[in-house]
Design a protein around this ligand. Structure first.
Ligand SMILES: [Zn+2]
Length: 345
């Protein structure tokens, strides 16, 4: 099966009332683990690469790995999505490479740091839509700014600033209408990376879980029932994965992620794409640390990359079941980018 336009995967998820995990990748082991998990749970899936990931893998390698993934599991609908494109050029580059979906993050300027104005965001997102849709490629945009910095991308807002940059539901209808996008990333208090909360207990100084503005998701879904929302920074940062890292020589402070039941509440209210990156990183790092600590004589990379791949697989299976995409790979016949062209006409 060729790679599927993400729009179809999201439309079908809306019909079925479930969410779809969008998992970030940098290498072969992650892609193999995701595809094996999708196959074993019979899940449609979105695999995404950031600009940092493309740079790390020298572009062409990720493309070829994705083609291999689609070829190995022809019955699994899979999209290849650019995470946080920062300009029309970076989106064009991904589309030329064969990505079936791009995110134009117009919430930030092309430096990936400075918040854009609303008008600038509308303008650049619309330009990407006008370029991508005639090619059948899906476009995700973002309204409001997320917290955290990942791969050098992010405004690095403080906890107070994050509150000021949450998505304003009253702007969403105008933003969706003016840009024509397919999926809307919302800023509701999630942030990228393992340290999602700027909140600390004033007495003890201990980290507190991030507070999410789920009411904004509910409100947007009421205003735009057909809009596919995207939750970024939605790793759960399970304590057991952090504990494994720390047990085997790591040093990660106590931290919190996004609880799965909050994500499930979002899915009930129009969230169709759930971005998860950190959880697979934690699983991989913990598995590798364990081998290094327990078997310091080992030096064959397969001795630690294989358990790393298996640990990531377990995370993907758990998320696919939790988001509800499991069991839905065979619900529909996947379309191609060519088919999607007429969809947008
Ligand atoms: Zn993101």
């Amino acid at each position: 099966m060729p790679l599927v336009p993400m729009r179809q995967i999201l439309d079908e998820a809306a019909k079925g009332g479930y969410g779809v995990g969008a998992f970030n990748v940098n290498n072969m082991e992650q892609i193999q683990a995701i595809m094996q998990a999708a196959n074993d749970t019979n899940s449609p899936v979105i695999i995404q690469a950031s600009r940092g990931a493309l740079k790390y893998s020298k572009m062409i390698y990720l493309k070829k790995l994705m083609e291999a993934a689609a070829e190995e599991f022809p019955q699994i609908p899979v999209s290849m999505h650019l995470d946080h494109g920062n300009s029309l050029e970076s989106c064009k580059e991904a589309i030329a490479l064969g990505f079936t979906s791009v995110m134009m993050d117009g919430s930030l300027a092309s430096d990936g740091k400075t918040p854009n104005t609303y008008e600038q965001n509308v303008d650049i997102t619309r330009q990407v839509v006008e370029y991508a849709h005639p090619l059948g490629v899906t476009v995700e945009g973002e309204l409001g700014c997320l917290g955290g910095i990942e791969d050098g991308h992010g405004a690095g807002l403080t906890a107070d600033e994050v509150d000021e940059h949450l998505t304003d539901p009253a702007q969403t209808e105008d933003f969706v209408a003016k840009t024509g996008l397919d999926a809307l990333a919302v800023a509701i208090g999630t942030s990228h990376g393992a340290y999602k909360s700027g909140r600390k207990d004033p007495k003890t100084g201990e980290m507190l879980p991030p507070t999410l503005a789920m009411d904004r998701v509910h409100e947007i879904h009421k205003r735009l029932p057909n809009c596919h929302m995207v939750m970024h920074g939605s790793s759960s940062v399970p304590k057991e994965l952090v504990d494994i890292i720390n047990q085997y020589g790591g040093s990660m402070p106590n931290t919190f992620g996004i609880a799965v039941d909050q994500i499930q509440d979002g899915i009930k209210h129009g969230v169709r794409k759930v971005n998860v990156d950190t959880d697979s990183r934690l699983a991989i790092t913990g598995a590798i640390r364990k081998v290094f600590m327990e078997s310091p004589e080992k030096f064959d990379p397969r001795d630690y990359l294989k358990p790393a791949r298996e640990a990531a697989y377990d995370v993907y299976v758990a998320r696919m079941n939790a988001f509800g995409q499991a069991g839905h790979a065979g619900d529909y016949t996947a379309i191609t980018l060519e088919d999607a062209k007429s969809f947008y006409k």
